[in-house]
Design a protein around this ligand. Structure first.
Ligand code: TXE
Length: 495
């Protein structure tokens, strides 16, 4: 397949085109290293053309004057089309990312719920009347689209992450340039085609596929961009914020996490074991909210860790297209190298390797970027493996003696995306949940979310919020319109 590039996949102003400099990229299946597609790789000029298309559609077309009812119906149509093509898109997502087909189907259902949520939310949007205490004054706050948005997504949840941005941006009436991760563009390409079929006008939703290093600055260092929403690595996010700062562009960042999962001795043991395993090893740990730090009450720690081991070892990893696989490979060989490096680092820092830690030797896994569920015990918060995002299937274990210490450990991170607390004591659960400086806290649950509740981080996990009403407000400007219905002289100056 390598070398052939049949269908153009850059969508600029409603026209599907190849890259202006003829660039292409092989898309690799991490399960076996095969090339699943060859796609156009945009140049910086293509990026600038996409922004110009978005600017033109925002400033000169009738898009921003569409009614909320029209945009709501459009979102629902996209959701319908996603359901029609659910199996095909799920397969593309699995080939791209390595995740299991089951996970890809769940992602599409989640994405549909996000479109449906914003279709409903925007339909009931209304101006807010402000009582200024004078019956002759009508004061209203109205919401308008922020403008041209650049939406940059990562590779772990390619469709889901881009839809958390596209759905509210469309609902708000913005125009946009969507850029999936260059290693996982297939589901986003399918989505943009569906959006076109649903009736999104030319120039409103442009698609650029390419390397962040080549086109990133062209997309973010532009006075024609009103908003950038980015999900990805912390250093890339900081770079984007710096590049956009001279233009005072609105920037929303979702930058991952190092998420504590706190287990008290009175927690339901079996539910806790199950949640800890799922919380960290789902999608082989390539989840921004992965429960990668087990923080466990010392009285139960040894027995609990011993019980985790057989569960971790029983996880069947393999090709995501194989129904028997419970989790897939890591996204790439280079990412596996990074994860492997963190295991070695943890051991050198004094952690005890309890299970996993070495890439599988079997021939069956030789061509894929597999890495087994790994547990590192006897960790402490000074270790880099405890503080840095490994983004792989590595669970670190720390022990605590008191509620206060559990909270201190849970907050001892520069990130602040998500945390879990497990206890049978509801008052303690509430105290701990309120004390944790994280954007989401799960009590006796882990990893779940809903389109209707805000998602985002404290600290270096980012700023801004996706989902929920705030996720729509990110793409809106609030404008105050003050109408004096009985104008008369104010008489401030006497002349
Ligand atoms: O992310 P990058 P990478 C974390 C995780 C991972 C690390 C690095 O720890 O190991 O980040 O992953 C685009 N201007 N997360 O290197 O580079 C890029 O093309 C504009 C957490 O893959 O941040 C892609 O579309 N855009 C995370 C997107 O940024 C640029 C999910 C993310 O890539 C750019 C993934 C630039 N200068 C990784 N450089 C999460 N928060 O869930 C790159 N990009």
């Amino acid at each position: 397949m390598s070398g052939t590039n049949p269908d153009p996949i850059l969508c600029i102003d409603g026209t599907w085109r190849h890259a202006s400099d003829g660039g292409t990229r092989d898309i690799i299946n991490p399960a076996d290293g095969s090339v699943v597609a060859v796609v156009d790789e945009a140049s910086a000029d293509d990026g600038r053309a996409a922004i110009a298309a978005g600017r033109g559609a925002f400033d000169e077309s009738s898009w921003r004057d569409t009614t909320v009812a029209e945009r709501s119906a459009l979102l629902d149509r996209i959701a319908d089309l996603l359901l029609r093509d659910r199996d095909e898109i799920a397969r593309a997502e699995t080939l791209d990312t390595g995740k299991t087909l089951r996970e890809s189907h769940i992602d599409i259902d989640d994405v549909v719920s996000v479109f449906r949520y914003y279709a409903k939310l925007v339909a009931v949007e209304s101006d807010r009347l402000v009582d200024v205490g004078d019956p002759t004054i009508v004061s209203r706050v109205v919401h308008e689209p922020v403008g041209v948005c650049v939406l940059i997504a990562p590779w772990n949840y390619p469709l889901l992450q881009i839809v958390w941005k596209i759905a509210p941006a469309l609902a708000a009436g913005c125009t946009m340039v969507a850029k999936p991760s260059e290693v996982t563009p297939l589901s986003t390409i399918a989505l943009i085609r569906l959006a076109e079929e649903a009736g999104v006008p030319p120039g409103v939703l442009n698609l650029i596929q390419g390397s962040g290093a080549v086109i990133g600055d062209a997309l973010t260092d532009s006075p024609d961009v009103d908003m950038i929403s980015f999900t990805g690595g912390a250093s890339t996010g900081a770079h984007i914020a710096a590049v956009a700062a001279p233009h005072v562009t609105r920037v929303a960042l979702e930058l991952g996490g190092k998420n504590p999962h706190i287990v008290f001795a009175d927690a339901d043991r079996d539910a806790a074991l199950d949640a800890v395993i799922t919380g960290v090893f789902l999608h082989s740990g390539q989840v921004c909210s992965s429960g990668t730090r087990l923080i466990i009450e010392e009285s139960i720690a040894d027995e609990f860790v011993a019980a985790l081991v057989p569960r971790a070892q029983a996880i069947r990893f393999g090709d995501g297209l194989d129904d028997a696989s419970e989790t897939g490979p890591l996204v790439s060989q280079s990412h596996r190298d990074k994860v492997e490096g963190y295991v070695a680092l943890g051991i050198s820092e004094g952690a005890t390797l309890v299970t996993g830690g070495e890439r599988p030797a079997d021939d069956e896994f030789a061509k894929g970027s597999y890495f087994p569920p790994t547990i590192l015990d006897n960790c402490d918060r000074s270790m880099r493996v405890v503080q840095e995002e490994t983004f792989g299937p590595i669970l670190t274990v720390e022990r605590f003696a008191s509620e206060r210490e559990a909270i201190e450990l849970g907050n001892d991170t520069s990130y602040g995306l998500a945390a879990g607390v497990r206890t049978a004591d509801t008052a303690r659960a509430e105290r701990v949940a309120r004390a944790l400086r994280h954007g989401t806290v799960w009590i006796n649950d882990f990893g779940v979310y809903t389109a209707a509740a805000e998602w985002g981080g404290f600290g270096k996990s980012g700023n801004g919020r996706e989902l929920g009403p705030t996720g729509l407000a990110e793409y809106q400007e609030a404008k105050h319109i003050w109408t004096n219905t009985a104008p008369k002289e104010v008489g401030w100056f006497t002349a």
